[in-house]
Design a protein around this ligand. Structure first.
Ligand code: HEC
Length: 155
């Protein structure tokens, strides 16, 4: 190996090491924000998740509709999904995560047509669409309340 070549190689290696160090420090700074920033991110993430989940109008901010949905839920759903929807032999519906889709439209559909091959029946013929919407409104508002009170794990 010529002297000039190995000198150039050494320089190149030094530059490479320096570059790696700079990259490492930069990415550590970017990937490791302060915890205050991380908390702000959590709030933003929760808000964004709620916006995405609300893909159809659901009366979650209408107290009369929520109250009516809560009553109907108690009559028709509570004995499988537990008091307040917290889960029994059927899954929790207010914990912020769903196996069959957590968007309002998916929850609505699962209530209306049921989940085939499971105990979850179809309620689309025995409940009106307004009654189902009120139930979804109740479940969403209860989820939001539990998120805010810390009863739900972050999701
Ligand atoms: C006979 C028991 C039973 C009744 C009554 C019942 N469910 Fe279910 N439900 C289940 C079970 C079991 C599942 C889980 C099905 C699966 O995904 O394996 C389920 C699943 C669901 C899901 C999907 C959950 C997810 O994780 O995606 C929703 C939404 C739901 N039920 C809403 C309701 C509502 C609202 C009512 C009342 C109108 C109701 N259910 C009544 C047993 C029941």
């Amino acid at each position: 190996m010529s002297h000039a070549f190995s000198a150039a190689l050494r320089k190149f290696r030094t530059a490479l090491v320096l570059f790696a160090v700079v990259l490492g420090v930069a990415s550590a700074l970017i990937l490791n924000p302060s915890s205050a920033l991380a908390n702000a991110d959590d709030d933003e993430r929760a808000e964004r998740a709620e916006r995405l989940a609300n893909d159809m109008p659901v009366p979650m901010d209408d107290p009369a509709a929520v109250e009516s949905g809560k009553g109907r839920f108690g009559e028709r759903c509570g004995y499988c999904h537990g008091g307040g929807g917290r889960g029994a032999k059927g899954p929790c519906l207010v914990c912020g995560h769903f196996k069959r889709g957590g968007k309002s439209s998916a929850i609505y559909t699962n209530i209306a047509v049921g989940v085939m091959g499971t105990q979850m029946g179809a309620f689309g013929t025995s409940l009106s669409s307004e009654e189902i919407l009120n139930i979804v409104g109740y479940l969403r508002s209860e989820t939001r309340r539990r998120d805010a009170s810390g009863e739900n794990a972050p999701h």
